[in-house]
Design a protein around this ligand. Structure first.
Ligand SMILES: [Zn+2]
Length: 323
């Protein structure tokens, strides 16, 4: 990061969008339907907006639709399910404005993580816009609880998401993970490629399949993409009958979900604490609904989407918005 020259415009906390459209297709985790999303650039101050059947559904706490086992948004009766991993990728790579055209009722599960979305966004090229970012600043702690489940948000510079889980069994023992985004809030987009790698921007842009002129990370795999985005959805094998009885998980498979059997996980874990990392990723996606760059340290203990979303709503009510 030290190679960024004084006055590099990329250091200013400005909004970002993508440079060109990109499409991802797959299966909906809960509906089992073949679904796709087309991610497109959006004008500054638009925020993240889902479009389904001609209805715009802004990614804001006001549009939260109660839905078990995933985060769903709705507007005037049109719903989009399982938005959390895409929103985590969008937040994680530092995008403020994006149009998300959805074909079907749900965002595709991909591999159960945010990695395919994050890589697609980086491939599409991330470009700065003129308007300053919207900063969401907490002044008082926010604490929401449900029994022994908690989400605690504390005022901080930048954003830290942390999660702890404990399923009290051999392959779900207590584990925790925290991911801190550096300051300024677009940490992994801070250097122009021309100054960070000493070569023509076009060469690196071509290598990354990004349009020349786009700002691409000096590290093609920024820390978020290495450390948080790859953590996958999981469930314990003995949860599956109840999930299916609720009409959910219809698209769940060993390709998009870590299934934890008594003997161990269905697939080698990407991280020893992948369960806690995935919970931190879910938290990041759910917190994106505050509608700006949140300055807070947020810790989720044994929490799930319902509690994350309750915290996001309370943060939005209590926080100051600048920009
Ligand atoms: Zn998840």
């Amino acid at each position: 990061m030290a190679s960024s020259p004084p006055g590099s415009f990329a250091r200013l906390p400005r909004q970002h969008t993508i440079s060109r459209p990109v499409t991802l297709a797959g299966t909906g985790l809960h509906t089992g339907r073949a679904v796709s999303v087309r991610l497109l650039p959006a004008a500054e101050d638009n925020g993240i907006v889902f479009i389904r059947d001609g209805t715009a559904i802004p990614a804001r706490v006001e549009q939260i639709d109660v839905s078990p086992r995933c985060s769903a948004l709705a507007n005037r009766g049109t719903q989009v399910m399982t938005v959390e991993h895409l929103l985590a990728a969008v937040a994680g790579v530092g995008i403020d404005n994006l149009r998300v055209e959805v074909e079907g009722p749900e965002i595709p599960a991909m591999d159960g993580s945010a990695l395919p979305f994050a890589r697609a966004l980086l491939r599409a090229g991330i470009v700065p816009q003129e308007a300053p970012i919207r900063r969401i600043t907490l002044h008082e702690p926010v604490w929401v609880s449900d029994g022994d489940r908690h989400v605690i948000a504390v005022p901080a510079d930048g954003l830290t998401v942390a999660a702890g889980v404990d399923y009290g069994r051999e392959h779900g023992r207590a584990q925790a993970y925290a991911y801190a985004f550096d300051r300024p809030p677009t940490p992994h987009l801070v250097s122009l490629v021309t100054t960070s790698v000493g070569g023509p921007a076009e060469e690196l842009a071509a290598a990354l399949h990004a349009p020349a002129g786009a700002i691409v990370p000096e590290d093609p795999e920024p820390p978020f993409v290495r450390e948080l985005a790859p953590a996958r959805t999981f469930c314990f094998a003995d949860w599956i009958p109840a999930i299916q009885a609720a009409g959910l998980g219809g698209g769940g498979s060993l390709a998009n979900t870590i299934v934890l059997f008594d003997e161990g996980p269905s697939t080698p874990l990407r991280f020893a604490n992948e369960l806690a990392r995935h919970k931190a990723l879910d938290l990041l996606g759910d917190l994106a609904l505050v509608g700006g760059r949140l300055n807070a340290c947020v810790v989720a203990i044994k929490a799930g989407h319902a509690l994350h979303l309750a915290a996001a709503e309370q943060i939005r009510r209590q926080a100051d918005v600048e920009g």
